[in-house]
Design a protein around this ligand. Structure first.
Ligand code: GN1
Ligand code: MG
Length: 341
C-alpha cells in the first residue's frame, strides 16, 4: 500500500494505514503520513471495479458535482478528490486496481444508526441541502455509473432471472422471503408509472454517508458520491426512511428489534422538506413516503438476489449475511406498511 500512497504524495514516513468505515463496496483506509514534519490524515480508497465498471466515469461525475456545488451558495464542505502526482484522480496499480484519495475531515464523525429524532432532522436537512444545491443541475451530464441502479422494475426482472439459476440450498432456505418479495412486487410498477422527473440524485443517503461535527453534531459534509447519477427524489428520501427510521442496524439478526420509528420519520421529513419542500413537484411530494417502502423492498430484493447468487456483490461476514439482511429489510418493509397504511 505504501507504493500506492507514493503515487499521491511525496512523504517522509507512512505513520499508519488502517481500514476505515463500514462500506459494503469499496475498501477504505485512513492513512497518516508525515509530510514536512507534521502528520496528516487522508482517506485512501480502492474502488470496487466489479461494481463500478467505469471508475473514470465515477470520478467524472464526482468532479462535475463538486464543480456545480462550488458555484452555488453551498453551506457544507464539498467532497473533492485529491490528484495523484501524475495529475490524474485515479491511480491504476499493476494488478488493475483503481485507487483514489480524498481529504480526511478532522473533528467529524459518522453514525451507522440514528439515535435521536434530532439527529434524523439534522441528517435529513444535510441531505436536503445537498439535493437543493443540485436542483438546478442538468442531470443528463451525469453518467449512470451502475446501469439501472435504482430501477425497481429492472431489479425485479433481474431477481426473477436469478431465481432460475439460484443455488438450490439457498433457494430452499429463502422460500418465504422470495414469496414475500413476489407478493409485493406491484410497488415497483406503481412507482415506475409515476414518471417522476429525473434529477441529479445521491442514491445512497444512508446516515453513515454524512459527516457530522463531533462537537456541535451539525451536518458537515455529504460523502460517498459514487452513485450520484440521474434518478428520482424518492431514492434519496426512501433511503433515509430505510436507514434513519429503523430501530436496528441493517444486519440485526433479531428482527423483532426492527421497527419503523414514527418520531424519527416525522423529524426526517421536516428536516428534508425544510430545504427541499418548495422545490418538489406535487407528484414527488405526494409519493415521498411511498418511496420508503419502495426503496426498502428494492434493498431486500438486492440482498436476496445476492444471497441466491452466492454473495458476488456485497461484502459479507458470514454465509447467511445477505439472508439476514434480507429478513431485516423485509421486516422493516412490513413495519413501514403497518405504520403508513
Ligand atoms: C452499498 O457501500 P455502501 O455501504 O455505501 C450500496 C447501496 C446500498 C447499501 C446497503 C454501490 O452502499 O446501494 O443501499 O450498500 N452501494 C452500491 O447498505 O451498491
Ligand atoms: Mg457509504
Amino acid at each position: 500500500m505504501e507504493q500506492v500512497i507514493h503515487q499521491f504524495f511525496d512523504f517522509q514516513k507512512l505513520v499508519s494505514a488502517l481500514p476505515f468505515g463500514t462500506g459494503h463496496i469499496n475498501d477504505t483506509f485512513r492513512v497518516q503520513i508525515e509530510e514536512a514534519g507534521s502528520v496528516k490524515s487522508y482517506l485512501l480508497q480502492r474502488i470496487n471495479h466489479n461494481v463500478f465498471r467505469q471508475p473514470e466515469a465515477v470520478m467524472r461525475n464526482i468532479h462535475l458535482v463538486a464543480e456545480h456545488l462550488s458555484r452555488q451558495e453551498y453551506p457544507l464542505e464539498i467532497l473533492a478528490p485529491l490528484p495523484a502526482l501524475s495529475g490524474d484522480f485515479l491511480y491504476r496499480d499493476e494488478v488493475g486496481n483503481y485507487w483514489r484519495v480524498f481529504p480526511f475531515f478532522e473533528k467529524t464523525t459518522t453514525f451507522d444508526k440514528v439515535e435521536t429524532p434530532e439527529q434524523a432532522f439534522e441528517a435529513a436537512r444535510g441531505f436536503g441541502v445537498f439535493a437543493r444545491a443540485l436542483d438546478g443541475m442538468d442531470a443528463s451530464q451525469l453518467q449512470p455509473t451502475i446501469p439501472g441502479f435504482h430501477d425497481g422494475m429492472q431489479r425485479l426482472a433481474y431477481f426473477k432471472e436469478v431465481l432460475k439459476k439460484a443455488i438450490p440450498e439457498r433457494l430452499a432456505e429463502a422460500k418465504a422471503e422470495v414469496a414475500e418479495v413476489l407478493q409485493n412486487q406491484l410497488i415497483f410498477k406503481k412507482i415506475a408509472s409515476l414518471g417522476l422527473p429525473q434529477r441529479a440524485i445521491h442514491h445512497d443517503t444512508k446516515i453513515n454517508n454524512l459527516l457530522f461535527d463531533v462537537q456541535t453534531l451539525k451536518a458537515i459534509c455529504v460523502i460517498d458520491l459514487d452513485t450520484v447519477m440521474p434518478g428520482i427524489i424518492l431514492s434519496d428520501f426512501g433511503d433515509m426512511m430505510r436507514t434513519f427510521t429503523s430501530a436496528a442496524d441493517e444486519d440485526e439478526t433479531d428482527v423483532s428489534k426492527v421497527e419503523m420509528r414514527m418520531p424519527f420519520f416525522q423529524a426526517l421529513s421536516e428536516g428534508f422538506l425544510s430545504e427541499m419542500g418548495s422545490l418538489l413537484a406535487p407528484a414527488e411530494k405526494d409519493n415521498l413516503t411511498e418511496g420508503g417502502r419502495w426503496l426498502t423492498l428494492m434493498q431486500a430484493v438486492r440482498f436476496l438476489a445476492d444471497y441466491l447468487e452466492g454473495d458476488i456483490y456485497y461484502k459479507t461476514k458470514y454465509p447467511s449475511h445477505n439472508l439476514v439482511r434480507t429478513r431485516n429489510q423485509l421486516k422493516l418493509f412490513r413495519s413501514m406498511t403497518e405504520h403508513l397504511a
